[in-house]
Write a protein that binds this ligand. Sequence first.
Ligand SMILES: Cc1cc2nc3c(=O)[nH]c(=O)nc-3n(C[C@H](O)[C@H](O)[C@H](O)COP(=O)(O)O)c2cc1C
Length: 142
Amino acid sequence: MTVAIRYQTRNGNTEAFANQIAAVANVPAESVATPVSATDLLFFGGGTYFMRPDSAASDFMEALDPNKVKKIALFTTSGGPEMVSDKALTKIAEKKGIPIVGHFHQVMGGKGMKLLGSKGGKLKPEQIELVKKFAQEMLANQ
Ligand SMILES: Cc1cc2nc3c(=O)[nH]c(=O)nc-3n(C[C@H](O)[C@H](O)[C@H](O)COP(=O)(O)O)c2cc1C
């Protein structure tokens, strides 16, 4: 089974989760700037900005080739509890016919909000545990 990890981040939170998934899956986590070649399972993550995903994340999803990418495990972060980026990205994947086999979402509160003087990318121990468990489950279910 081939596995790839791609993420979109502005302030480091989503990247931090991607790096934890990378440690479990033993493949590098790379930004959406790196195109994805044929893969059985793609872990794909992004943040939420003004109630939507970053356009780099939606454009990446739009550009995926369903003949190359078999399944996606989606991970998203946001300040508040609504999973708007998950919903928007899932909608694009469904339209393309790429199944989303798992959803992971974490609420980051004000963490990473530069306006509030907060640096992103520092995960709580329980968040690390949760995302590692998610990665393990996704890999085991293939
Ligand atoms: C400019 C900006 C706008 C944001 N808008 C929202 C929002 O509409 N809803 C929300 O729940 N979180 C919002 N957030 C919080 C981010 O989604 C959250 O910090 C997320 O973890 C960002 O991921 P990143 O650090 O990987 O960029 C916003 C953050 C920024 C910087």
